[in-house]
Design a protein. Structure first.
Length: 299
């Protein structure tokens, strides 16, 4: 499309229960894309394995080509799927959207040794441990406070020769960081096959040997072989799953192992701490915005 070409967009207000129906209808009417955004500044955790969280109140924006007559469409919008009267179409000038997206992301320093770098920029410190991972293309990129806190803790604590479990590995960013920081063996666990594929791809991209970083489903026999041997167990998931997984995560720890838990809010910390005590004593090691990082070890 030429630089002078334009797009049109329609924006609707709805609730999460009606998003799927409205989205399907808009595509049936010729929408080229449909995007969702928060309508009420409601925080969301990074997705748990296999999950796609959504806000309670949602703005749904549909993009149409410039030559579509959208006025008749506005009269056909099912009233039960939207709140209020839809706004008139907005005309958008065509842009270099890839460049706009790339301009929003920059290398991020995580502690003293570690940088997370998008692939299109040169690492600021070539001598640092630089992990290439494109924001927005995986299940965890370091942009969320929970991931950033885990990365800083690993940067500070992981030493050469350590064995590390990344439970709920998503993109593999935490396991890859541990491997690059000196872990001799890393086990990534996730119940989403796409996450395991993403982790393996990202590990290869960052020159992590497959023999150094294994990725498995939660029912894999390899998990039993790791019982009682992990120097670090990291889980950046959600408060509910962390509580449910407490026996499994504690069973993976070596006698002097350390546990890192993230993906929870400050007011959820006490319940998660109680779920692991005893034999593991946890405390809030860091807080960023409303999110907290729990860290501790065996009594």
């Amino acid at each position: 499309m030429s630089e002078s070409a334009t797009w049109q967009e329609l924006k609707f207000s709805t609730c999460k229960e009606r998003v799927d129906a409205l989205e399907t209808w808009l595509f049936e009417q010729g929408a080229l894309s449909v995007t969702l955004e928060d309508q009420a500044d409601q925080p969301l955790l990074e997705p748990g394995p296999g999950e796609t969280p959504l806000w309670d109140k949602v703005y749904v924006t549909a993009l149409f080509s410039a030559d579509c007559d959208l006025q008749p469409l506005l009269t056909l919008v099912p009233e039960q799927w939207v709140e209020g009267t839809p706004a008139a179409p907005t005309v958008l000038q065509d842009r270099e959207w890839t460049r706009v997206w790339e301009d929003q992301f920059h290398p991020m320093r995580m502690g003293h040794r570690l940088w997370i770098c998008p692939s299109w920029t040169a690492p600021p410190d070539p001598d640092a441990i630089n992990i290439l991972l494109d924001p927005g293309l995986a299940f965890g990129t370091g942009t969320h406070p929970t991931t950033a806190m885990c990365l800083r803790a690993l940067d500070k604590g992981v030493i050469k020769g350590a064995r590390v479990v990344d439970y709920g590995c998503g993109s593999g960013i935490l396991g890859i960081a541990a491997a690059r920081l000196g872990a001799v063996s890393v086990l990534g666990v996730d119940n989403d096959p796409q996450a395991l594929t993403a982790s393996a791809h990202n590990a290869e991209r960052n020159a992590v040997d497959p023999d150094q970083f294994a990725t498995v489903m939660p029912d894999a026999a390899l998990i039993k072989e790791w019982a009682g041997s992990a120097d670090w167990v990291v889980a950046n998931i959600l408060a509910g799953p962390l509580i449910e997984l407490a026996p499994i995560l504690m069973a993976l720890l070596a006698s002097n192992g350390r546990l890192l838990l993230a993906g929870l809010l400050q007011d959820q910390a006490a319940e998660v701490i109680d779920a692991f005590a005893p034999p593991v004593t946890l405390c809030i090691a860091e807080q960023q915005e409303e999110w907290v990082l729990l860290q501790g070890g065996s009594i």
